[in-house]
Design a protein around this ligand. Structure first.
Ligand code: ASP
Length: 424
């Protein structure tokens, strides 16, 4: 069995949904699990619905739900010309329940409410896709990931109970392949032992594909994207990007750790454990090669990769009495940072100071100063960029540092990391 994952962009409108059907026709007769995301920007919109509910803004809530309803009904109109099809009722029911939900009290647990509402994007898209595939003559059924993927009660960031999930997938999902060649299910969502819906974290549909593949011992996973494969840099920041033909699981984990955003970071591990290859391919050009992620590290060094993080702020902490930064200070600094959930992009220490790099969008420098002022002097520098180069050489270093002042530099044999700002 193969696992295919189609993200929001690959089902963003009627033509995109038709394209998914065409891609599946290329694999006629094969057993395929299709993991699908919410359509287009539906998840962002549903997040606004949750916020409207939290703010008890009924007007806003209903307006946002109406927008989403219109978007999906228009799409149905383009895909299914016969209005009596069951799919219309199915989608109507989901939206009716969503409208009714406003009147139920919004509990204190924001994350719980979030998951009950935001998960609906995937439920809707999977119903539409399954109905359309069936209509096009595919042997396709629908499967409810909310009954298959078991998580703990950590809403918005559910942790998978692997043993239970494997049992549920084996007993409730796999047998249906006797009836269908294709089973369409939802990315991003699961359920708690009590049966409430959870989500696995934003962009979590890739991870769902990894979970299904791991639990079914699938032959491969393919993530269909609007890019030709994994590129060696984000084209937003870099000209002349190159496609990586083949990289190892290890390299893919490193790249996503440093911030490459092509694959959700949790996706690789369940595949690596079972040696299941992951293909990243273009849904625009499905016959093209794409990128293969597999066990061999032989080709990792062939092409340098560049990962950019913009809008960084570099903080440095010195003790007020100018004593050395020792382990005790470090543990104190980390405790304070973890109390505000700070995610450190890079760190470095010297005898007298300790520096960390954070995303400016996630911290207010004044708050950091306040948090540390009893024991440390804090200085900061903003408007910086962090560049990570995997498999760097002098030429790649020269290329990224052209016209930049370097504030901090770290190198291992394979990875160079530079904190820089434009030459002033
Ligand atoms: N729909 C969810 C999101 O946009 C999950 C996903 O697409 O991976 O974050």
């Amino acid at each position: 069995m193969k696992v295919f994952k189609f993200g929001g962009a690959s089902v963003k409108d009627a033509n995109a949904v038709r394209n998914v059907s065409d891609i599946l026709s290329l694999f006629d007769g094969e057993k395929i699990t299709v993991v699908v995301s919410a359509m287009g920007k539906t998840t962002n919109k549903l997040e606004e619905v949750v916020n409207a509910s939290a703010n008890r803004d009924r007007k806003m809530y209903m307006a946002l739900v109406d927008d989403l309803y219109d978007f999906h009904i228009k799409l149905l109109g383009e895909l299914f010309l016969e209005k009596h099809y069951a799919i219309y009722n199915l989608i109507d029911d989901i939206f009716e329940k969503l409208r009714d939900r406003y009147s139920e009290t919004f509990s204190d647990n924001y994350s719980f409410e979030y998951d009950q509402i935001v998960s609906l994007g995937e439920v809707i898209s999977s119903h539409i896709l399954a109905a359309f595939l069936f209509e096009k003559g595919h042997s396709a059924g629908w499967a409810d990931a909310r009954k298959l993927i078991r998580t703990n009660n950590l809403y918005q960031e559910g942790n998978v109970d692997w043993a239970k999930t494997e049992e549920l997938i084996n007993t409730r999902f796999l047998p249906a392949f006797k009836e269908f060649d294709i089973q369409v299910t939802q990315g991003f969502i699961g359920h708690t032992p009590e049966g409430f819906t959870t989500t696995l974290g934003r962009e979590g549909s890739d991870y769902t594909a990894g979970i299904f593949a791991h639990c079914t011992n699938a032959e491969s996973v393919t993530i269909w994207k609007d890019v030709p494969g994994m590129l060696n840099a984000d084209p937003k920041w870099f000209d002349n990007t190159i496609k990586l033909d083949s990289i190892s699981f290890k390299e893919a984990i490193e790249l996503s750790y440093y911030g490459a955003s092509v694959i959700h970071p949790k996706t690789i591990k369940p595949l690596q454990n079972k040696g299941i290859p992951l293909y990243v391919k273009s849904f625009i050009n499905p016959q093209a090669e794409g990128t293969t992620i597999q066990a061999s590290t032989a080709k990792d060094h062939l092409i340098p990769s560049f990962i950019f993080k913009m809008d960084q702020v570099l903080f440095s902490f010195t003790t007020k009495d100018f004593s050395f930064i020792v382990e005790e200070n470090l543990s104190d600094i980390f405790n304070r940072l973890s109390s505000i959930n700070a995610k450190i992009n890079l760190m470095q220490n010297s005898a007298l100071d300790f520096s960390i790099l954070l995303d400016r969008s996630k911290v207010n420098p004044e708050n950091i100063i306040e948090l540390f002022k009893d024991s440390y002097t804090v200085k900061y520098n903003e408007g910086l960029e962090l560049v990570t180069i995997r498999h760097y050489d002098q030429e790649t270093l020269d290329r990224v540092t052209d016209n930049k002042d370097i504030l901090l530099e770290q190198k291992t044999r394979q990875t160079a990391r530079l904190v820089m700002k434009d030459k002033g």
